[in-house]
Design a protein around this ligand. Structure first.
Ligand SMILES: Nc1ncnc2c1ncn2[C@@H]1O[C@H](COP(=O)(O)OP(=O)(O)OP(=O)(O)O)[C@@H](O)[C@H]1O
Ligand SMILES: O=c1ccn([C@@H]2O[C@H](COP(=O)(O)O)[C@@H](O)[C@H]2O)c(=O)[nH]1
Length: 238
């Protein structure tokens, strides 16, 4: 059997994707199918860190729309990602995957704090590490957390698993004429202001020479295809 192309990766999972067909929250069937995709790569021996979003529960910008203070709303958003991380970890446990949650915000009665050295040790032991609470700072996103944790753990690639199957010339959900890039450089993605990922995340990955692959979490086998080095979604390169 062919070996995976990557030894250690950072997977950014869309929070919104967890809703499945529901209007809010975590859909158990959707969670189960995401875990099955993850198991297909952990079974290959790939070391996996995961950052999960919170858009299925709460986003800071949504809170500010109702007059809430931005930083307060962002802390709520970060706590939403911890709930998703806990749900994902438990679904992994049920599927026989050994996972640990580490949080960038201290809530030690609930999950352990983020400690880089410990996270790396868990990865070396074959455990999946789920990084909750984003970067721990308001005004950032979980995309930036993925770029940050990916850089810290020495991941060879950031895999952004989202609701669309790659990066397009414009948001494909709004513009049916948009066309997909097979590959795009960081400079072009930033220059074109492509909103699939925030510019801070793109810039950090560019500086760290950490490639990103954007693909659909709804497409069965796509995660494994990326890990095997096959052509899937959009590759963002230096
Ligand atoms: N140029 C583009 N190419 C592809 N998708 C784009 C583009 N511009 C905007 N998008 C939108 O960006 C979305 C993905 O980014 P976003 O981080 O908002 O969602 P997410 O991955 O579901 O994250 P979250 O974890 O916050 O829920 C896609 O669903 C798509 O509709
Ligand atoms: O480093 C971070 C990461 C996230 N937030 C807040 O959490 C929500 C949910 O994250 P998404 O990336 O949008 O899924 C986000 O909208 C922010 O409000 C943060 O403040 N800092």
């Amino acid at each position: 059997m062919t070996a995976p192309k990557f030894r250690r990766i950072l997977l950014k999972l869309s929070g919104e994707a967890l809703m499945g067909d529901d209007a809010y929250g975590i859909n158990p069937a959707m969670l189960g199918s995401i875990v099955a995709e993850i198991k297909s790569v952990t079974d290959l021996g790939v070391e996996l860190g995961v950052v999960i979003g919170g858009g299925n529960i709460f986003r800071g910008v949504g809170g500010t729309a109702t007059g809430m203070d931005r930083a307060t709303a962002d802390y709520m958003g970060m706590l939403a990602t911890v709930m998703n991380a806990m749900a994902l970890s438990d679904a992994m446990r049920q599927a026989g995957i050994n996972a640990r949650v580490q949080s960038a915000l201290n809530i030690e009665q609930v999950v352990e704090p983020y400690i880089r050295g410990k996270a790396i040790r868990y990865l070396e032991e074959g455990k999946v590490v789920i990084f909750g609470a984003g970067t721990g700072n308001p005004f950032f996103t979980t995309d930036t957390a993925a770029a940050l944790r990916g850089s810290e753990i020495g991941a060879e690639m950031v895999l952004k698993a989202t609701k669309v199957d790659g990066i397009y010339t414009a948001d494909p959900k709004k513009d049916p004429q948009a066309t997909r890039f097979a590959r795009i450089s960081f400079d072009e993605a930033i220059g074109r202001n492509l909103a699939v990922m925030d510019a801070t995340a793109f810039a950090l990955c560019r500086d760290q020479k950490l490639p990103i692959n954007v693909f659909s979490i709804f497409k069965t086998g796509a995660l494994k295809r990326v890990v095997m080095g096959e052509d899937e979604g959009t590759l963002v390169h230096v």
